[in-house]
Design a protein around this ligand. Structure first.
Ligand code: UDP
Length: 233
């Protein structure tokens, strides 16, 4: 697989053209950023762990009938994906309160939510990904009502697949962020599902096994990601 022109470089990934039309190559970097890029570090091996974790999750989801952009792993830090036009709405799925919902609504971290919460954020770094609702989405023409119904049911399906899969491996899926995109008239799950975009708590000790170790200076970031991969592989 030949790596073509660099199309886009984000905080944690690079996107390249591939030698197959309609397919992109994604390279997972070792860079870690938080708080809109204010906190930065280089975490040796993180890219390999997240690429492999995302491949495991996308593979599982495809087997369960969720349409994703994932095609296959190309190297330890690269995956081949279907080219997407990303819908600029991030979907956050929450089972347990943590992070921004705890701060915003005063729900103590660790509170099991009486039902799953879906949130929508505008994908816009300059505006710090503000929370938006359906009215904003339709008013701004970000997605149609039909597309939103599809995105929401896909997000809940991802939760229904990943929650028990992780539970059996001693990991509680607290929350996660998804992005979707359009590909040849279809909507596919895109971006990544990894320890950078999910909160994983050890089901027994409650230990954080995700990016909060970086955000909150808990140390052992790469070790925690490696532990998640060891349990799911
Ligand atoms: N998340 C993400 N990218 C973002 C914002 C959030 O991957 O730009 C993930 C985050 O890792 C967590 C979930 O979405 O698993 C909910 O994050 P939250 O809104 O609590 O934000 P944070 O506490 O990270 O500011």
């Amino acid at each position: 697989m030949m790596r073509g022109e660099l199309l886009y470089e984000g905080k944690a990934k690079k996107v390249y053209l591939s030698d197959e039309p309609d397919l992109y190559l994604i390279e997972y970097k070792d860079d870690a950023t938080a708080f809109d890029g204010v906190k930065k570090d280089h975490l040796e091996g993180k890219g390999i762990l997240n690429n492999t974790l995302a491949a495991v999750f996308f593979d599982l989801l495809e087997k369960k009938g969720v349409a994703t952009h994932y095609v296959r792993m190309v190297s330890e830090r690269e995956m081949l994906v279907k080219a997407l036009t990303i819908i600029p709405v991030e979907l956050i799925v929450r089972n347990i309160a943590a992070g921004s919902i705890s701060k915003r609504l005063g729900i103590p971290e660790g509170t099991v939510l009486k039902r799953t919460v879906l949130e929508f954020c505008l994908k816009n770094d300059a505006l710090h990904d503000p929370l938006i609702n359906h009215y904003h989405i339709y008013a701004m023409g970000l997605a149609s009502e039909e597309e939103m119904a599809l995105l929401e049911s896909a997000a809940l399906e991802v939760n229904a697949v990943l929650t028990p899969f992780l539970k059996e491996r001693g990991i509680t899926l607290v929350d996660f962020k998804l992005e979707f995109g359009r590909h040849r008239g279809r909507i596919l799950l895109g971006d990544e599902i990894s320890a950078d975009t999910c909160r994983f708590w050890d089901s027994f000790s409650g230990e954080k096994l995700d990016k909060d170790r970086f955000r909150r200076d808990l140390g052992g970031v790469v070790e925690a990601y490696r532990e998640v991969l060891r349990r799911v592989k």
